[in-house]
Design a protein around this ligand. Structure first.
Ligand code: ADP
Ligand code: MG
Length: 626
């Protein structure tokens, strides 16, 4: 039976070999789906003609789940069962969510897994499941548009999303029945939407001010290759904060009591948001506050007043821009274009401030709330093989360095921050103790020198290392980060081939606040870290020496006379005392005293072991490390 190709009414039929693939912007506030239509990328509307799907999901006792505008409308009557901004919870652990959740009304249940669940009358749901509901609606929207199954999608994620958050996004897609062709970073998608990848060279700033988050990314296009040079931002700054500032102004002016109930406050916020949005196109708007037993208050909110309220917030986006440029090693004048992303960049005042900072008018031809989805749709079309000869190479970066814990609680960075992905790097390590047969690898992410200041990602063990003298084993630890930013770590003992491997799938990830904080700390603590590092290094040397000397004395006490033994003991104790202090020089001195005190002894042990070997024993039975 021949299958008939059914096209959308009024559309030219797509060539039959064309594979359908969509781009999805899974946003904190709003989500969109886009695809190629009429030969151009377009966002797809729902039946009522709305392109933006509010990222809000409501669970009801009946088992009904509503997504989008209806759920948003119910939010102020049913706040506990209506989940908004779920993107903030993706890939997070219960502790992270509790910290984040202070301002959120939801009740979290830990359950028996590490994944936090939000309790609703319709049951407990995880962030992944809530996101899956949003994705499912967008998938159905695309299927209704094209009257056919849609499975393949490119989904965008913030550039700074860590492993856990990316993995959670992929999991949500799988639950929604989507095949993720690629996770694409939002700024890269925006740049692609503008066709910036078509020019040969350039440095671009992508300024994304959404509902609750601000992101700035510096991209470089070089020889047709896209690279994210740096990212920055503020995960707790966006259009919502402007709504709050306006609502507070309304409360002050209308003398709304501070203890007004939850519903009044929600209504005020909704009206404040409407006023803010209206002011993007008008010079003034009427605002009304109608309180049950206080009568109505009415006033005009004009742009002057709006600016007074929102300027401090806009100002807060400038410091991250400055920092991102510095991280990228780019001067403001070197930026060839500024791309606007996010609904809040529709505000003329925001555009003016951006133009002022970068010294050029930002690109704004494409709707700022659609631009990410449009870029994703273009990338999906490429990956679906519909644009032969136009394979663009998009490179992304790792937002925070990946490393492993080494002796003394220090971090050895294996893949530094801002390395483009996919990336693979390896580093050789050795054993610390004689006869050590296992190695516990602790994978961490962060910029600081000490493990305690970084985020733990995973631990795994390499077992079955044959017993060798300390320092003899060669263990190669390899990190591989794939194009979606997901990490794979393996360790292999080179002489024996013993191998161990983990796919890092942590139960929680970094909060973006933490990423921000970690980046800031790495700059302000650089000196402190250096000092801490040299102290730890010298302490490790001290411990190593003390242990070796003790082992040698225990094994070969007969090679020492009374005086020598006492001398070694005094020097050992002195080193122990120094080691527990913080005087790096002092510890170094104590180390050399002990080394001098044991030099003779080490020589004697060496001779003894050689003699023994010559009489038919194995050399490696002897510890000659002292
Ligand atoms: P997200 O990326 O977080 O999902 P969006 O990019 O959709 O968010 O931006 C949502 C924000 O944009 C909201 O704060 C909304 O009020 C604001 N916004 C949308 N349209 C306008 C407008 N015309 N003027 C001012 N702000 C707007
Ligand atoms: Mg967005």
């Amino acid at each position: 039976m021949a299958l008939l190709q059914i096209s959308e009414p009024g559309q030219t039929p797509a060539p039959h070999e064309r594979r359908l693939a969509v781009g999805i912007d899974l946003g904190t506030t709003n989500s969109l789906v886009a695809s190629m239509r009429h030969g151009a990328p377009e966002t797809l509307p729902d039946e009522q003609g709305h392109h933006l799907l509010p990222s809000v999901v409501r669970y009801q006792a009946s088992g009904n789940v509503t997504v989008g505008a209806d759920a948003l409308a119910a939010a102020h009557d049913d706040p506990l069962n209506t989940i908004a901004s779920v993107k903030r919870f993706m890939g997070r652990g219960i502790e992270d969510v509790k910290r984040l959740g202070k301002s959120m009304p939801y009740r979290f249940a830990a359950g028996d897994s590490n994944v936090p669940r939000i309790e609703t009358v319709g049951g407990a749901v995880s962030a992944v499941e809530v996101s899956a509901e949003i994705l499912r609606v967008l998938k159905h929207r695309a299927e209704a548009t094209f009257a056919g199954e849609v499975r393949d999608a490119v989904i965008t994620v913030p550039a700074y999303f860590d492993e856990a958050q990316r993995q959670a996004t992929k999991d949500a897609a799988r639950i929604a029945g989507l095949n993720v062709m690629r996770l694409l970073s939002e700024p890269t998608a925006a740049a692609v939407a503008y066709g910036l990848d078509q020019s040969p060279e350039g440095v671009y700033a992508i300024y994304d001010l959404g509902g609750g988050t601000f992101d700035i990314s510096i991209l470089r296009l070089h020889k047709g290759v896209f690279e994210v040079l740096a990212t920055g931002g503020n995960s707790a700054l966006g259009g919502d904060d402007m709504d709050h500032a306006i609502a507070e102004w309304m409360m002050r002016e209308a003398r709304v009591p501070d203890d007004a109930d939850h519903k009044t406050l929600r209504r005020l916020l909704r009206d404040a948001r409407a006023a803010k949005e209206a002011l993007s196109a008008n010079d003034g708007v009427r605002v009304v506050v109608d309180l049950p037993n206080q009568g109505a208050w009415e006033a005009t909110l004009d742009r002057m007043q709006l600016h007074a309220l929102i300027d401090p917030l806009i100002e807060q986006t400038i410091a991250p821009c400055r920092r991102a440029l510095r991280d990228a090693g780019v001067r403001r004048e070197q930026v060839d274009g500024v791309v606007l992303v996010g609904g809040a960049t529709r505000i003329p005042r925001v555009r003016d401030k951006i133009a002022e900072f970068f010294g050029r008018e930002p690109l704004s031809d494409i709707d700022p709330d659609k631009v990410v989805a449009i870029g994703a749709a273009i990338q999906a079309d490429v990956l679906a093989g519909n644009r032969r000869g136009e394979e663009m190479l998009l490179l992304d970066v790792i937002p925070l360095s990946l490393g492993i814990e080494i002796m003394g609680g220090m971090v050895e960075k294996i893949i530094p921050r801002n390395t483009t992905i996919p990336a693979a790097k390896a580093q050789d390590f050795t054993t610390y103790k004689d006869g050590q047969t296992a190695l516990l690898a602790h994978v961490v992410q962060g910029e600081r020198e000490m493990v305690s200041d970084c985020r733990s990602l995973a631990r795994f063990e390499l077992r079955g290392i044959p017993p060798m003298a300390a320092g003899a084993a060669r263990i190669r630890v390899s990190f591989q980060v794939d194009a979606d930013g997901l990490l794979n770590v393996s360790a292999r003992e080179q002489t024996t081939g013993v191998e161990s491997q983990v796919t890092v799938k942590p139960s929680y990830g970094l909060t973006d606040q933490e990423i921000e904080q970690m980046l800031r700390d790495s700059f302000t603590h650089a000196h402190e870290d250096e000092a801490a590092r040299s102290l730890r290094e010298v302490q490790v040397d001290a411990d190593r020496l003390i242990e070796a000397v003790q082992g040698a004395v225990a094994a070969d006490a007969r090679l020492l006379d009374e005086k020598e033994r006492a001398e070694i003991e005094v020097a050992t104790n002195a080193l122990r005392v120094a080691r527990n202090g913080t005087d790096v020089q002092g510890i170094r001195q104590a180390i050399s005293v002990l080394e001098v005190a044991t030099r003779e002894f080490a020589q004697r042990r060496m001779d003894a072991s050689v003699r023994k070997a010559l009489s038919g024993h194995r050399v490696d039975e002897f510890d000659t490390s002292a």
